[in-house]
Design a protein around this ligand. Structure first.
Ligand SMILES: CC(C)(COP(=O)(O)OP(=O)(O)OC[C@H]1O[C@@H](n2cnc3c(N)ncnc32)[C@H](O)[C@@H]1OP(=O)(O)O)[C@@H](O)C(=O)NCCC(=O)NCCS
Length: 207
């Protein structure tokens, strides 16, 4: 399904630059997380192991760049449009066998409630449906995470009620699943022209 030689590495949206993490982003990523711990911890299990050192952040970004190359999980930083400030992160986990892409996301606490997460998830949909030839986009939500569930609801996803489910990384979790098929995406968003994908330049190095 996905041509690994032609992965999108960034997407520009009306207000955001969403791009693959670089090692030089470690300090900005650390600052965004360290200042948002109370906001992240209820929903992001990894946030309980934060704060971590700058070296660990660099190691994490290096690992995520390798996962990106393999084409299973694409981890992107979400930046202000001029690229100066880390606003959050989105990730796309691809299950090639089913043609499904699963999205994860978080925002730094002081940039919430401005529509950036919704815009970033729509950006992921352009990456998945236009850049990766995915058939179905999925978002798993804890039913108590009302702010998170509001994003797929706002974007027109179909909700499958909460149940104990296997997540894409194999854990059992009570979650609701929100889904959108590619046809539906094209129906709703097909005419939008200000979401621009950018692909890996030839000869770029990963780490
Ligand atoms: C989940 C999370 C990303 C949602 O953030 P959010 O700020 O609610 O989402 P958005 O950035 O899309 O903002 C939406 C709000 O901005 C408002 N908004 C303001 N300006 C806007 C604009 N120009 N365009 C669109 N929406 C705008 C919307 O009306 C909406 O407000 P409402 O909540 O009062 O209806 C955030 O709460 C978070 O990081 N939580 C911790 C991590 C987490 O739970 N991740 C998800 C795991 S499944």
């Amino acid at each position: 399904m996905t041509d690994m030689n032609k992965l999108p590495i960034s997407i520009e949206t009306p207000r955001l630059l969403i791009r693959r993490w670089d090692l030089d982003d470690a300090a900005g990523l650390k600052e965004a997380i360290d200042t948002s711990l109370e906001h992240l911890r209820p929903w992001m299990p990894w946030a309980h192991h934060e704060p971590e050192s700058l070296d660990k952040k660099r190691e994490r970004i290096a690992r995520q760049r390798v996962e990106f190359l393999v084409g299973e999980s694409l981890h992107f930083g979400v930046f202000s449009s001029e690229g100066a400030r880390v606003l959050g992160s989105v990730s796309i986990r691809i299950t090639a066998a089913s043609g499904t892409a699963n999205f994860g996301y978080w925002l730094r606490a002081d940039e919430a409630r401005r529509g950036y997460a919704t815009e970033a998830v729509l950006g992921c949909m352009f990456v998945a449906f236009r850049g990766l030839d995915v058939l179905t986009a999925e978002i798993y939500c804890d039913p108590a995470n009302v702010r998170s569930a509001a994003i797929p609801a706002r974007l027109g996803y179909h909700r499958i009620p909460a149940a104990v489910r296997k997540t894409s990384d194999g854990r059992d979790r009570v979650s609701e699943v929100w889904q959108m098929a590619r046809d539906r995406f094209e129906e709703i968003y097909g005419m939008i022209e200000d979401y621009n994908l950018c692909y890996e330049p030839s000869g770029d190095t990963l780490i």
